[in-house]
Write a protein that binds this ligand. Structure first.
Ligand code: PHE
Length: 345
């Protein structure tokens, strides 16, 4: 037999559901929730009335109150979820995002092949205890030639076609060898073990084989009792790290005014390389650097006493090594900055 108290529960349910349907946004839903389920809410009040219900109807009233509570709660959950979905759809229409579009291409940069090989060379020599030194590209005649045992009018100057500046006695260095003098003057009287990587300039006709600018890596070791055997050992160790563990090193007599004796160094080229004949002009040997024992005049120009110390020096061309390793047949490609070329490294 439904009585007044149970009827009130039914009304609560009907009104609650109607008010819920009328809620237009999340804020209204929150207010609704406070009204029905807050501490001073209608549901709590309805449960509070249980004491006034006649004893024999209390159980039925309690059951009905619980049913209404669950009905309102679940209706609220559903409405809340609908409201959230509506909000999401609205924001998706306001800021349309097509997730099926392909992503935007971000080009990835990389190091220039010249930088790569310079780092590799520096790494190999660093493992052998050589420090890296940098010296200037604009030099004086005194450093580029005179201190290297080439006084004015020395015929050997013709080995380097030079860019002179409009200031007398100032030029673009034709090789990294003047760096030897800078290092010696800064380091004397201590022993030296350095490499000097850097750009050099020569006034040459540009062709597939010669550029007016190119890198060199100079090497210099000064100390008591350094011999040609140390030079050979250093170069052999370098060549094997750079070109493979089987490489043979061949030394030929040569001439540089700043080394005595002077040598040129060849390595044997792998027999299995199909480019071997072309790269080595049929000999199987390939020149990788000029080198020698530092001339006493040069030691003196650097402040060292040739009676106390000796030393070796070498100079190599990393662009040449790159050309060999990757069978690049035109040296001009290195500074043209054509991405189609650079991307291959
Ligand atoms: N500077 C020489 C050149 O440019 C190379 C070299 C360096 C030779 C050091 C001997 C010692 O050709």
């Amino acid at each position: 037999m439904p009585d007044a108290a149970t009827d009130a529960l039914k009304t609560l349910e009907t009104e609650g559901l109607a008010e819920l349907r009328a809620c237009a946004d999340e804020a209204a839903l929150r207010a609704w929730n406070t009204k029905y389920f807050g501490d001073k809410g209608l549901m709590k009040a309805a449960f509070g009335k249980i004491g006034g219900v006649p004893k024999d109807q209390r159980a039925a009233y309690g059951q009905e109150a619980n049913r209404v509570k669950l009905a309102l709660e679940s209706a609220h959950q559903i409405k809340l979820a609908e409201e959230k979905e509506k909000k999401l759809q609205a924001s998706l229409t306001a800021n349309p995002l097509d997730v099926t579009l392909p992503g935007r291409f971000r080009p990835r940069g990389r190091l220039h092949p010249a930088t790569q090989i310079l780092r590799q060379i520096s790494g190999i020599f660093a493992d052998m205890g050589f420090q890296v030194y940098r010296t200037r590209e604009v030099e004086t005649d005194a450093m580029n030639f005179e201190a290297l045992n080439m006084p004015a009018h020395h015929p050997a100057r013709d080995m380097w076609d030079t860019f002179f500046t409009t200031t007398p006695g100032v030029l673009l260095r034709t090789h990294t060898s003047p760096g030897q003098i800078h290092v010696m003057r800064e380091t004397h009287p201590k022993p030296i073990r350095v490499i000097l990587p850097g750009m050099c300039y020569r006034n040459e006709a540009i062709s597939t084989r010669s550029e007016i600018q190119f890198h060199q890596v100079e090497g210099l070791a000064i100390g008591a009792g350094i011999t040609m055997a140390d030079l050979k050992g250093t170069i052999t160790a370098f060549a094997r790290r750079m070109f493979g563990p089987e490489r043979q090193v061949r030394i030929r007599s040569s001439y540089f005014p700043f080394t005595e004796p002077s040598i040129e160094v060849d390595i044997d080229w792998p027999k299995e390389d199909p480019n071997r004949d072309r790269l080595t002009k049929g000999t199987g040997w390939l020149e990788i650097m000029g080198a020698g024992m530092v001339h006493p005049h040069v030691l003196r120009a650097g402040g060292y006493d040739p009676a106390e110390v000796t030393g070796f020096a070498f100079g190599m061309g990393p662009q040449r090594m790159l050309m060999l390793r990757h069978a690049v047949d035109d040296i001009r490609l290195f500074w043209q900055n054509d991405l189609r070329f650079l991307r291959q490294f």
